[in-house]
Each structure stands twice: as C-alpha cells, then as structure tokens.
Design a protein around this ligand. Structure first.
Ligand SMILES: *[C@@H]1O[C@H](CO)[C@@H](O)[C@H](O)[C@H]1NC(C)=O
Ligand SMILES: *[C@@H]1O[C@H](CO)[C@@H](O)[C@H](O)[C@H]1NC(C)=O
Ligand SMILES: *[C@@H]1O[C@H](CO)[C@@H](O)[C@H](O)[C@H]1NC(C)=O
Ligand SMILES: *[C@@H]1O[C@H](CO)[C@@H](O)[C@H](O)[C@H]1NC(C)=O
Ligand SMILES: *[C@@H]1O[C@H](CO)[C@@H](O)[C@H](O)[C@H]1NC(C)=O
Ligand SMILES: *[C@@H]1O[C@H](CO)[C@@H](O)[C@H](O)[C@H]1NC(C)=O
Ligand SMILES: *[C@@H]1O[C@H](CO)[C@@H](O)[C@H](O)[C@H]1NC(C)=O
Ligand SMILES: *[C@@H]1O[C@H](CO)[C@@H](O)[C@H](O)[C@H]1NC(C)=O
Length: 408
C-alpha cells in the first residue's frame, strides 16, 4: 500500500520464558517514508539480542536453494553427515538450517503450536535436532513475521510466544524470520539463545536498527546463481559497511555455489565477497554434488579465518588503489585487518582478464616500505619482496585475496 503509513506499535514482552528479544514484525509496505523508517528504528528494542550467540557471521547450510519445499528429515540429516564427511565441520561450518515448508498447513487446535509435517519429518523437528546435535552441529528453523509464510504455511504473527517456546523446546539454535504476509500494522514477535536472522529483504533501512533486534538481516531479495546477483548485492552492501561488526551482520543471502552456471572464478568471488563483507555463509546446494574445486573454495582455511576472526569484527572496505584508479560499481579494491594482519581483495568486475594494480601506501594503515604478498587462495607467498606498487593479472569475474606483511 504505497503512501499508507503503518502504525508502529510494540507490545510489552513480559514473559520471563520469552525466548527472543521482542522483535518487530516488519510491514509489507511497498514504500517506507523517512518518518516510518525513523518510527521503526525508534521502536526497536535498545537492549539488543542475546550475546550468547551470533558474535561471528554464521557458517552453515540451508535447504531452500537446493530443494525449495521438497524437504525431508533424510536430506537434512544427510547434509549434517556431509558436513562431517566432507570436512566442512572441521572447516568451521556449523548450522544445518531448515527453510520454509516444514509445517502442516494449520496450527494445532489444542496446543496452538505449529506442527511439523509428519510425512517430511516422521520424528518431528526435535528428532532432527537430536541427530544434528549428536554430530556436534547446530540446527536452524524458519518462520515468518506475518500471518503465513511465503509458501503459505502458518506464520508467527500473534503467536510469537508459543512459537519461540516451541522452537526452544525442540533445541533450535538459529531462526530465519521471513517477511511475507505481514499486515500493514505492527506487532511484537518473539532466551535458549537463538541466533536471529531477520529476512526483511533490506526494507526499512534495516541496517540502521537490525542489531538492536537480531544478529543478521537480509539486505535484499533472494539470491540467484548469477553474476548479476553477486554484483548487485555487493554494490548494495558496500554502502552500509558501518553496520557490520560483532553480533551485527549484513546478510547477502544464501550461497549458490553448486547451483546454476557460475564460472569457477565467479564462485571464488561469491565466496570471497561473503567472507570479506562478513555475511552469514549458508551453503545452498546438494553437497553430494560439490566438485573438488568447489570444496576447495568453501573450505579455504585462510578465507574462513578472516570471516571468523575473533579480534576484528569489521569487513574489508573499499580503498582507492592508486592515485588515478578508475571508479567502478561495485568497487574492485578492498582492504581490511584480521588477526594475521592487513588483507587486500581485488575483484575483477570486467568481462576479460585485466591487470590490477595497487599502491601499498594507499592501503589505509600502511605506508611505504617493503612487503611480502601472501596469496590466500594458494596459501603461498608470492615470490619476491614488493615496494611501491603491486600488479597482478586477475581473470574475468575472479577475486584475488592477499595478506600483506611489511618487512622489518
Ligand atoms: C523431491 O525429492 C525427492 C528426493 O528427496 C525426489 O525423489 C523427488 O523427485 C523430488 N520431487 C521434486 C518435485 O523435485
Ligand atoms: C495436537 O497436539 C497434540 C499434542 O502434541 C497431539 O497429540 C495431536 O496429535 C495434535 N493434533 C494434530 C491434529 O496433529
Ligand atoms: C492489525 O490490523 C488488523 C486488521 O485491520 C487488526 O485485526 C489487528 O488487530 C491489527 N493489529 C495490531 C497489532 O494493531
Ligand atoms: C545454465 O545454462 C544453460 C545453458 O545456457 C541454461 O539453459 C540454464 O537455464 C542455465 N541455468 C541456470 C540456473 O541459470
Ligand atoms: C547431482 O548429481 C547427480 C549425479 O551425480 C545428478 O543425478 C543430480 O541431478 C545432481 N543434482 C543436482 C542438483 O545437480
Ligand atoms: C577515492 O577517491 C575519491 C576521489 O577521487 C574520493 O571521493 C573517495 O572518497 C575515495 N575513496 C576512498 C575509499 O578513499
Ligand atoms: C559484461 O558483459 C555483460 C553481458 O554481456 C554486459 O552486460 C556488461 O556490461 C559487461 N560488463 C563490462 C564491464 O563490460
Ligand atoms: C627495502 O629493501 C631494500 C633492499 O633490501 C632496502 O635497500 C631498502 O632500504 C628497503 N626499504 C625500506 C623502506 O625498508
């Protein structure tokens, strides 16, 4: 309803047993005026979500991109087992997340709860949770801030307390909270600490208040396995890098590696950009089909270490690579710190191989001097010592990733 102004209300959340911080069900208004956005921001709680989880961006897998509604206990338990057998658990992947379509179509008339579909989940969601927890992993579930989910299963609006308690009772560790079928007025939604991802599609300038409500928030509509999606979400996100830090993550949506026709170079950029912008990384494919190259990308230990760094919570940010560097959208050159030192990431946004050059002195925090350049993809130092400028040939749509260390 363009032009209409949702009333913004929050209901006091008095139940000690409440699982979540009170959250706002986002209105499905097609346009938000500044006043409404300020109203939403003003109504968000000030205490922030649980700090018992969500400090670092999530690493895991989600059913949607691979299976949409065609989900079952067996696929999800298989994915959890693949985390172990493919070495992904050892690499740090942790969350095995169920998306939409896990429920029956009406709430239980007796309990008021959402019941799992008994055909898809013969042991219930708690039965899946037990199997996932037994592997030392965590489980995520999906609900929606409106009356119904996007696939028209029951939503949590008006049932936040019972749903929060139900999810906690099942042992849920992560909640993706979607934005379909939300009426144009506002209410609360939903402390087992549950990592809370607001799937609000970038509406209402969520990056300005999301950290007071949850641990991560979607920046745009759903991903697709295309280069144009990767470029557009990076372009969106680079305008909001100040929102990113510990417990506070701009969500660029689930991974498409393994889906569609992305080139190997595009898959490297997909992974590297989600890493250096500290987005949640939730794999979204049938992992039994991942190639050796794809596994090497998603298990790259140095990139994952940047993503999961315990000291530096911020993302890499664009810098002007040389005095006369061309301006591109999105930017091609990024720098940022990890516990290991200074990193540089270079995306070739062009359609052909190109030489990319940066001056060491242009990297914020560095100056002139002699440097070692370490390639995070190969795990090897580039032979030699470098000073002044560094140049490298980057394939079309690929991303170079370096650790830059000043020589004493
Ligand atoms: C749903 O998944 C099952 C296997 O889990 C598969 O056999 C079936 O073909 C799928 N159905 C559709 C419509 O994709
Ligand atoms: C409603 O919940 C109760 C208690 O868990 C259960 O026994 C009953 O089978 C549920 N009803 C339906 C229709 O599933
Ligand atoms: C939202 O609007 C609906 C329909 O007008 C109404 O029934 C409901 O009570 C309203 N909810 C709140 C929280 O204002
Ligand atoms: C992949 O490419 C083929 C051939 O160009 C095309 O038919 C198909 O739709 C593409 N798949 C996706 C998911 O884009
Ligand atoms: C996975 O690979 C199998 C054969 O190896 C193939 O039948 C199936 O279609 C593939 N699935 C996807 C989603 O690509
Ligand atoms: C890069 O240089 C342009 C002017 O050429 C300036 O507007 C911009 O702020 C600079 N960007 C950074 C990240 O320093
Ligand atoms: C790359 O190719 C695409 C598709 O052909 C085109 O739309 C785009 O403008 C090209 N980008 C550049 C930087 O040339
Ligand atoms: C860089 O290395 C060269 C050769 O070892 C040395 O002569 C020079 O003083 C070094 N420069 C700096 C700034 O350390």
């Amino acid at each position: 309803m363009p032009g209409s102004r949702p009333s913004v209300s929050t209901r006091a959340v008095g139940l000690a047993a409440m699982i979540f911080m009170p959250i706002l069900a986002p209105a499905l208004a097609t346009s938000f005026t500044g006043a409404i956005v300020r109203g939403i921001a003003a109504s968000a709680p000030t205490a922030g979500p649980s700090k018992a989880t969500g400090r670092l961006p999530a690493l895991g897998w989600n059913t949607w991109n691979a299976y949409h509604c065609n989900i079952s206990e067996s696929q999800i338990v298989a994915a959890a087992n693949q985390f172990v057998s493919l070495g992904l658990k050892d690499a740090g992947y942790e969350y095995v997340n169920i998306d939409d379509c896990w429920a029956v179509e009406t709430r239980n008339a007796t309990t008021g709860q959402i019941d799992p579909d008994p055909t898809k989940f013969p042991n219930g969601i708690s039965g899946v949770a037990d199997q996932i927890h037994a592997l030392g992993l965590k489980i995520g579930i999906y609900s929606d801030a409106g009356t119904n989910t996007c696939a028209e299963y029951p939503g949590s609006l008006g049932h936040e307390e019972v749903d929060a308690a139900t999810f906690a009772g099942w042992g849920i560790d992560y909640l993706k909270y979607d934005n379909c079928n939300v009426p144009s007025n506002w209410t609360d939604a939903p402390a087992r600490p549950i990592q809370f991802d607001l799937c609000i599609w970038g509406q209402a300038e969520v990056w300005t208040w999301g950290a007071r409500v949850g641990h991560s928030w979607r920046m745009a509509f759903d991903s697709s396995p295309t280069w144009s999606y990767i470029i557009s979400i990076i372009t969106t996100n680079v305008n909001h890098l100040n929102s990113i830090g510990f417990y506070s993550h701009n969500d660029m949506d689930m991974m498409e590696i393994g889906n569609g026709n992305l080139t190997t170079e595009e898959q490297r950029t997909h992974f590297a950009a989600w890493v250096f912008l500290k987005s949640p990384i939730l794999l979204g494919t049938d992992m039994s089909n991942l190639s050796t190259d794809q596994l090497a990308i998603i298990k790259n230990a140095e990139l994952l270490a940047f993503h999961q760094d315990g000291i530096f919570g911020g993302p890499a940010a664009p810098f002007n690579a040389t005095a006369n560097a061309p301006v591109t959208s999105p930017p091609e050159y990024y720098s940022g710190l990890s516990s290991n030192g200074m990193h540089v990431f270079i995306i070739n946004t062009g359609n052909s191989t190109a030489t990319k050059t940066f001056s060491f002195a242009n990297i914020p925090g560095l100056s002139g001097g002699n440097y070692t350049v370490h390639d995070m993809w190969t795990g090897q130092d580039v032979p030699g010592t470098f000073s002044g400028q560094y140049s490298v040939s980057v394939a079309a749509h690929d991303t170079a990733a370096y650790l830059i260390t000043q020589k004493p």
